[in-house]
Design a protein around this ligand. Structure first.
Ligand SMILES: [Mn+2]
Length: 407
């Protein structure tokens, strides 16, 4: 498997809910005006490139046609800036991409004509989204609401978890229908598993329950029937699941019970005006998920997720913990903490025989899996060992890490 880089944006909310006037086709109350230019400058400046652009839904505010028209331009502009080919943009719709106004024209209509038009603005043939949803196995906008796109390097599938969303639903949490899952299971079985392909799944709503930054209110935002979706993904050995919806970014590894870990990225929001209750706790995010390859024997992927945060004064900067996610998150090394501690103990004791400090490079040379071990797991293990081996641990990134022997 060749290395592959996925750029990820979600919850753009083009229209009145976006944070900048250049993201709204009409009058906007936003105070900023040059978000698009700043993003382009950031990408050009950091020389970031990607193979695929992932757009995880809620691209509009109210599913208005002029929002989709502008969003079509913006998504193409983002792809272009990242050197992603138009055909390599992957998209699933969110609950905001369902047009409620047509559902409110005549809710009693027995023919269901208006209901069938709820995706008409999104699917307009002049704009790009219906093309992105078209696949040999489904289009995401009619039952069974999924698509499967097979690339040389990626087998990708997306499910429209907002398919049943309407103005009368109290909670817009999304639903995975068991019927749709059963059909998806059959369709996925038609694709031969190849270790040279990344297996990527996309859905708008989140499959796990996450705590809010202020975690004291009831939260019903996780998808209904998500557990069965996760089981299906494990069964078909999916490597990565990307979702949006909640504007809080998250990265979790799930499903070791199958012996095949699933990396789950909750992308947060790229450009929505965020809940003011969360200010200082959550920020807009852009992600690059770099998959370096597969571990030979076990077959699971490893790589590094990088995250950037948008701040009104400073523009795009590497994410820090207070924005909901840190800048660099390695994944793909799975090791029990006792085993990690005994290996570290061994290596640090050896290094202390001829030096008063050990840095990350020295440790990684002896224990190569550290490159793909979540950094927190390493620092937790080191902190537990510090009393036994009489050292102090410094640094919050691999570059800064120092293990200093107490004098
Ligand atoms: Mn949503």
């Amino acid at each position: 498997m060749k290395p592959i880089t996925l750029a990820v944006v979600s919850d753009l909310h083009i229209g009145s809910k976006a944070r900048s006037r250049d993201l709204c086709p009409r009058e906007s109350e936003a105070t900023e005006s040059d978000f698009r230019h700043k993003f382009k400058a950031f990408i050009k400046g950091s020389k970031v490139k990607a193979d695929f652009l992932i757009v995880a839904g809620d691209i509009s505010s109210i599913a208005a046609p002029d929002e989709f028209k502008l969003c079509s331009e913006i998504v193409l502009e983002i792809a272009n800036t990242l050197s992603v080919q138009n055909n390599n943009i992957l998209f699933v719709p969110g609950n905001h991409d369902v047009n409620w106004s047509v559902l409110q024209i005549d809710p009693a209509d027995q023919s269901k004509f208006w209901a069938s038009q709820r995706y008409a603005p999104l699917a307009h043939s002049d704009w790009m989204f219906s093309k992105l949803l078209t696949s040999q196995q489904g289009n995401g906008l009619t039952a069974p609401y999924y698509w499967i796109r097979n690339f040389k390097t990626v087998l990708s599938a997306g499910y429209n978890s907002a398919w049943r969303d309407n103005p009368d639903e109290h909670v817009h949490h999304g639903l995975v229908s068991q019927d749709h899952l059963e059909q998806l299971d059959k369709d996925l079985a038609k694709h031969k598993k190849s270790n040279s392909q990344l297996r990527l799944f996309m859905v708008h709503h989140h499959p796990l329950q996450y705590s809010d930054p202020i975690p004291d209110e009831p939260d019903f935002s996780a998808m209904t029937n998500a557990e069965n979706l996760l089981s299906l993904l494990r069964k078909h050995n999916f490597d990565v699941l990307i979702h949006g919806h909640k504007h809080v970014p998250r990265f979790k590894i799930h499903g070791l019970e199958s012996g095949f870990p699933l990396a789950i990225l909750g992308a947060g929001s790229f450009s929505a005006t965020l809940d003011t209750r969360w200010s200082g706790l959550v920020s807009n995010q852009f992600h690059l998920l770099r998959i370096e390859g597969r571990v030979k024997e076990e077959g699971y992927i490893r790589g590094v997720l990088k995250n950037w945060t948008y701040l009104s004064g400073r523009g795009w900067v590497p994410s820090e913990g207070h924005s909901g996610i840190v800048h660099r998150l390695a994944f793909g090394a799975y090791i029990a903490s006792n085993k990690l501690k005994s290996s570290l103990k061994n290596e640090i004791a050896k290094a202390f025989a001829h030096s008063d400090f050990v840095d990350w490079n020295t440790l990684a040379k002896k224990l190569p899996y550290l490159e793909y071990l979540p950094f927190d797991q390493l620092t937790d293990a080191l902190d537990e060992l510090s009393g036994q081996l009489y050292f102090q641990r410094r640094g919050t990134t691999p570059d800064e890490l120092l293990v200093l022997r107490n004098k």
